[in-house]
Design a protein around this ligand. Structure first.
Ligand SMILES: Nc1ncnc2c1ncn2[C@@H]1O[C@H](COP(=O)(O)OP(=O)(O)O)[C@@H](O)[C@H]1O
Ligand SMILES: [Mg+2]
Length: 416
């Protein structure tokens, strides 16, 4: 084995993120990794990616980039696409899956794989603002008048009117009857909307965060204020159902090339219905995740370190055929789901990842446990709270989120 030092550089392509990158950087320093390999000892550097003009032929100093801008910031998106194509960069998430980040594509894909997606229709927008001169002739020639009342009957009540590409509960309306549906559509403006059957009543709402092959289930309370939506409940579903949701999440993520994403599923009459699982680049803020935040930070670290250390090749194109082959192979849905999950685990290299973590990152939990008691960690929480809350609430909410992280530490005391 060579005694050469090999530096792997991980880039953080960030926007408004405050808390998780600080914790990620502090923990990477504390981990102080030296991973032996045939070519030498692998060490890790973390740098923030800056926005600047770039030459399309320029080389790229990063081995892995964790990106939180591509879905809305075009300059970074194009730099990332260039770096993947020209420099063989590995990026979370695949920027070509962007077209699937609207819910619509993911509903279609998951229906194709046999998942129980609630009945969903897409309706053309109510209004148009575009100055495009083709809009009028196109619509007057080809747009069919339709009866929203009939559509409502087909979908059933209650239903949800929501943008086909939604996010952050924007313009989501629950309609109990036809007048409510008509009103919601009238008010929907230029958005392309879905009308979706309500999963009602549901008895469990679970968010499953997926990061590479890692998953984490949270019982979610959509009625609560933002800081209480991710509950701290445990044992809220039987192990077999947790396993079912894990497989669904891995399937969705592997299908679209999403390395981090969160999937929302609702349970009604014992059946899990995925309703919103196109949340790639998911919420990573301590102000919503609190108790679950340490899990997410360690998940970021594990997967990015694994990808950088092993120089695993990024899957640059989406290959759906193997999923469809399973979908068309017959058998029960559970059997097919097992097949999808096996494929997903192969794509995410679950077994090799577990082995790598056991061998090289066995101290990570203990480092996290210690770090999340430190002033640096508390300062990261306070910085995030300061951005979001009015001055007179900063102390109160810093203590609230910090207290929940300490609860996580108390419950994880066995790892110290
Ligand atoms: N089909 C549905 N059945 C029951 N509740 C729903 C349904 N669709 C949406 N909701 C409710 O509306 C919220 C927002 O809808 P969602 O599809 O998750 O959009 P967004 O992408 O904006 O989060 C969900 O968290 C859930 O509480
Ligand atoms: Mg949602």
């Amino acid at each position: 084995m060579s005694d050469k030092e090999l530096i792997r550089t991980i880039g953080l392509s960030l926007g408004a993120d405050v808390c998780w990158p600080l914790c990620y950087e502090h923990m990477m320093r504390r981990l102080d990794l030296r991973i032996p390999s045939a070519e030498g000892t692998i060490r890790f550097g973390v740098e923030r990616v800056f926005i600047e003009p770039f030459d399309l032929e320029r080389d790229c100093k990063y081995d892995v980039v964790i990106d939180r801008l591509t879905h809305w910031y075009h300059t970074s998106r194009e730099w990332i696409k260039k770096a993947i194509i020209v420099n063989d960069l590995y990026v979370f998430n695949n920027p070509w899956s962007l077209q699937s980040m609207e819910k619509h594509t993911s509903y279609c894909a998951m229906l194709r794989l046999g998942m129980p997606i609630p009945k969903t229709w897409l309706v053309p927008p109510k209004a148009y603002t575009e100055a495009n001169p083709d809009v009028h002739p196109t619509l007057s020639r080809y747009a069919k008048l339709f009866d929203l009342g009939k559509l409502g009957e087909l979908v059933g009540y209650p239903n949800f009117v929501k943008p086909y590409d939604g996010g952050g509960w924007r313009s989501v309306v629950r309609c109990a009857d036809e007048p409510a549906l008509r009103e919601a559509y009238e008010k929907s403006g230029t958005d392309v909307m879905h009308v979706q059957a309500g999963v009602a009543p549901f008895d469990r709402f679970v968010r499953t965060i997926g990061f590479g092959p890692q998953t984490h289930h949270v019982l979610y309370n959509p009625e609560a204020p933002l800081h209480d939506r991710y509950t701290m409940d445990e044992n809220f579903i039987p192990a077999a159902e947790a396993e079912h949701l894990r497989k669904i999440t891995l399937t969705i993520n592997a299908f679209f090339g999403w390395e981090f994403n969160s999937c929302e599923s609702l349970r009604k009459n014992g059946v899990w219905h995925p309703i919103d699982f196109a949340n790639p680049c998911p919420d990573s803020q301590v102000t919503s995740l609190h108790y679950h935040f340490p899990w997410l930070v360690t998940a970021y670290l594990r997967w990015s370190i694994y990808c950088a250390a092993t120089k695993r090749k990024m899957r640059q194109t989406l290959d759906w055929t193997p999923f469809y082959d399973i979908a068309d192979s017959g058998g029960t849905f559970e059997e097919r789901l097992d097949g999808y999950a096996r494929l997903a685990e192969a794509r995410f290299e679950s077994a090799r990842f577990e082995e790598f973590c056991a061998k090289h990152l066995s101290h990570l939990d203990a480092v996290a446990w210690e770090f999340f008691a430190s002033d640096e960690a508390k300062d990261a929480v306070r910085q995030k709270v300061t951005v979001l809350y009015p001055a007179h609430e900063i102390e109160q909410f810093t203590e609230l989120f910090w207290g929940r992280i300490q609860k996580w530490r108390a419950e994880s005391a066995s790892i110290k």
